[in-house]
Write a protein that binds this ligand. Structure first.
Ligand code: ADP
Length: 497
């Protein structure tokens, strides 16, 4: 994968104007992986020479005293509901190689008075306002993007409007769209009255939509010039009825426009040599220092301090799709061996109870932390030997990439982005980066864990090789950003053909 654009590539690649639209973006507002992508990809695209700009809603939690906002133009009305809603546009910039312009859609009723990103009864109206306000901001800015990169259901209205009403307006007619599916589990399904609110009563009902409803994810997929997911394997998986969350027929119909681009990792934020939260920073050249982090982690977890006992770590949302249901069935077998397990997670109460019970059954062997704790997560990546990620579904997955960057060898199920980022050590005859299993069962997971534990205890040189290959793997955004540039070009070509 190429890292830098050659002079020829730059010549062939005129600067594109790209509007990146998302409901959340680091460092302004973060709920999940979408915020990481929106915080990193536009910056990388900018450093590759493109005029990319980010637009997000201004939630109440995004405080004016933390960011320097400037008012842009005068407040403008957008047609929603029975009347109009007044929008204030404010701007700021994000530091990077080159400064990234960021626009925030400021409206008290729908965004600034809300202290969360999602979870309100009127989310469908809120993101209708966001989409309409984003589109209406462009003529005011005097900036006509070549392509709008819309993300997840919250922005599904944008390709839908551009492909219908927008075609009658010379300002919008030539704008191409790329629609990225970060997680098909959330689709923004709502009653068809939303179309009256959006002034889009004419929008066609799609066969995948339930009668009387609008599915904004489906509308985004149906109207975008191109569609992608956050890993190549997930792009294939969602075509299957059992993983398409009801949208497989639509995705199959648009399969020739669908691809997968792996998310990158923000290498500035995830670097074991500079991470301020790990007690003993290290790199590929100073890997021996890593064991001091393991000891510190065992102490923090109040587990017996043994540098030779394999330590398995998990950092995860506690949700069915993360595969945590396998743990009780594995525990008896696992703890017959000399092994320690640390789980950091938060989520569904039933999993909190399950993990507390397991911890009580295996004192001194297992420690659970039921919370969201970024510094502790980093100490687990830096101190554990094995990172377990047995997901049922995984659109991309960051945990396994962070683990590899921190010298923690992953044991994963071959699903979605896990299949695309971790290579099995046996399949690659000792040149892999982890241990991979296919079937979602305790037996299959046990087999992979057993291979990992045996390698750790019996073959220290092979283990070191696994660690170093993982640490050297390139998960930076640069490679993925190049793929997005290709997708933008194809979207523009498709749009104009
Ligand atoms: P998902 O987006 O499905 O939760 P990913 O693997 O893509 O899964 O991303 C998870 C991110 O959230 C990683 O950066 C991981 O370190 C972090 N994370 C998950 N759970 C916790 C937790 N309990 N405490 C701290 N960080 C967490």
């Amino acid at each position: 994968m190429s890292q830098e654009m050659s002079p020829e590539m730059k010549k062939e690649s005129p600067r594109m104007k790209i509007l990146f639209l998302a409901a959340e973006a680091v460092p302004f507002a973060k709920v999940g992986g979408l915020a990481d992508v929106a915080g990193a990809l536009p910056k990388t695209l900018r450093s590759l020479g493109h005029d990319v700009r980010l637009m997000i809603p201004r939630y109440g939690t995004i405080r004016s005293d933390q960011f320097h906002f400037e008012k842009i133009g005068t407040p403008y009305p957008i047609p929603v509901g029975p009347g109009e809603e007044l929008i204030h546009l404010v701007g700021t910039t994000l530091e990077g190689g080159e400064e990234l312009p960021v626009y925030l859609i400021w409206n008290d009723l729908y965004f600034s008075s809300r202290d969360q990103v999602y979870g309100f009864e009127d989310d469908a109206q809120r993101f209708t306002v966001f989409g309409r306000a984003a589109l209406a901001a462009l003529p005011m800015l005097g900036w006509q993007p070549d392509v709008i990169h819309a993300n997840d259901w919250h922005t599904g209205i944008v390709p839908a409007w551009l492909n219908t009403d927008g075609q009658c307006d010379p300002f919008y007619r030539s704008i191409a769209t790329l629609f990225t599916i970060h997680n098909l589990a959330y689709q923004g399904v709502t009653g068809r009255l939303i179309l009256t609110f959006a002034r889009m009563d004419y929008l066609n009902h799609l066969p995948v939509e339930q009668p009387g409803t609008v599915n904004w994810m489906a509308q985004g997929i149906a109207h975008a010039d191109l569609i992608n997911t956050v890993s190549p394997t997930y792009a294939q998986e969602i075509l299957q009825p059992d993983m398409g969350m009801g949208l497989a027929p639509l995705l199959q119909e648009r399969q020739d426009r669908l691809s997968g681009v792996l998310n990158g990792l923000d290498y500035d934020r995830w670097n074991p040599a500079t991470d301020p939260h790990i007690p003993h920073p290290f790199s590929v050249n100073t890997l021996d220092r890593r064991s001091a982090n393991k000891i510190a982690l065992q102490q923090q977890a109040r587990l017996p301090v043994h540098s030779d006992v394999p330590l398995i770590g998990m950092v995860t949302r506690l949700d069915h799709i993360k595969g945590v249901d396998l743990l009780p069935a594995l525990a008896d077998w696992l703890f017959q061996r000399e092994v320690q397990l640390i789980v950091l997670g938060s989520g569904e109460p039933r999993y909190h109870r399950m993990l507390e019970e397991l911890q009580a059954s295996y004192p001194g062997r297992m420690r659970v932390f039921l919370k969201f704790d970024d510094p502790l997560a980093r100490r687990i990546y830096a101190g554990a030997d094995i990172f377990l990620m047995p997901s049922v579904v995984e659109p991309c997955g960051l945990g396994q990439m962070i683990a590899m960057r921190y010298g923690c060898v992953p044991v994963v199920r071959a699903v979605g982005g896990l299949a695309d980022t971790v290579s099995d050590n046996a399949a690659l005859r000792g040149r892999g980066t982890g241990f991979v299993f296919s079937e979602f069962s305790p037996e299959a997971c046990q087999e992979a864990l057993e291979r990992a534990l045996d390698t750790y205890t019996q073959e220290p040189d092979a283990w070191r090789g696994l660690q170093l290959r993982g640490m050297r793997a390139d998960f930076s955004w640069t490679a993925s950003a190049q793929e997005y540039i290709q997708l933008y070009r194809q979207a523009i070509e498709r749009h104009n053909s």
